[in-house]
Design a protein around this ligand. Structure first.
Ligand code: PGA
Length: 259
């Protein structure tokens, strides 16, 4: 069975390195008791090195939330994939909807995805529709966004170093009761695998890990993964709450029973 993957996206929190270390160590402690789950924390860049040091010896890796596609040059305010790697990042989020909202295009995301994989990281490419229409036109948009974001990567990169995170934009930051129904997650995951199958073939479609993100909580994590047919979760707010995040990690056990 494929390992489940739980990625925490800390966005712009917490404010201090002390808090970041304390949350990380609590997560590391609970993750060490769980088998069959890979845990990745994507803190903001200012916390990256400190957490990467704490991550050695343990099963929690760290990742960056964004990088630039160039490896050197005069690009004020950007972080290169090589810098991220040298700071300890082994994963990189690419094309998150909150970056796309600030102007990042799928063409930009495609260059970044290529660069992070070239420099040794696993790229987590985020895709998702802004809204859903009842005629299902959002599927075409999702397909375009996905294929455009994967434009520069080889089959080998896709097979070994890529994760797709499906995050419907309208589901991010809501209450867990409003999170997407597992059957809708399932339908979309099947659609994504079909797009990959048609473009890259069945082996890659079968192997490619697909995560769901958007208002994941301890209450809905297990059913989203097991009924939604995805390989893991991209978690925002609840990944900063060590107790809640620990329940999410534990709930990846196939026989996890909700209390
Ligand atoms: P949320 O965020 O879990 O707080 O909805 C998810 C994300 O933006 O990746």
């Amino acid at each position: 069975m494929k390992k489940k993957i739980i990625v925490g996206n800390w966005k712009m929190s917490p404010a201090t390195p002390e808090e970041a270390k304390s949350i990380f160590l609590k997560i590391k402690r609970s993750a060490s008791r769980v088998r069959g789950v890979s845990v990745v924390i994507c803190p903001s860049d200012v916390h990256l090195m400190a957490l990467a040091k704490l991550s050695s010896k343990g099963n929690v890796r760290v990742g960056v939330q964004n990088v630039f596609w160039e490896d050197k040059g005069s690009f004020t305010g950007q972080i290169s994939p090589a810098q991220a790697w040298n700071a300890g990042a082994r994963y990189a989020l690419v094309g998150h909807s909150e970056k796309r909202k600030l102007g990042e295009t799928s063409a930009d995301a495609a260059k970044k995805l290529f660069a992070v994989i070239r420099d040794g990281m696993t790229g987590i490419i985020c895709v998702g529709e802004d809204t859903r229409d009842k005629d299902g036109n959002f599927f075409a948009l999702l397909k375009d966004q996905l294929l455009a974001s994967l434009a520069h990567i080889s089959r080998h990169m896709l097979l070994h170093s890529t994760i797709v995170a499906y995050e419907p934009v309208w589901e991010i930051g809501r209450s867990d009761l409003q999170a997407m129904k597992s059957r809708d997650v399932h339908e979309t995951a099947i659609f994504i695998r079909k797009v990959i199958n048609d473009a890259f073939g069945p082996d890659i479609a079968r192997a490619l890990p697909i995560l769901y993100g958007g208002s994941v909580s301890p209450e809905n994590a297990h059913s989203i993964v097991y009924e939604g047919g995805v390989d893991g979760l991209l978690v925002g707010r609840q990944s900063l709450e060590p107790q809640a995040f620990s329940v999410i990690i534990k709930s990846m056990h196939p026989r996890h029973a909700r209390k």
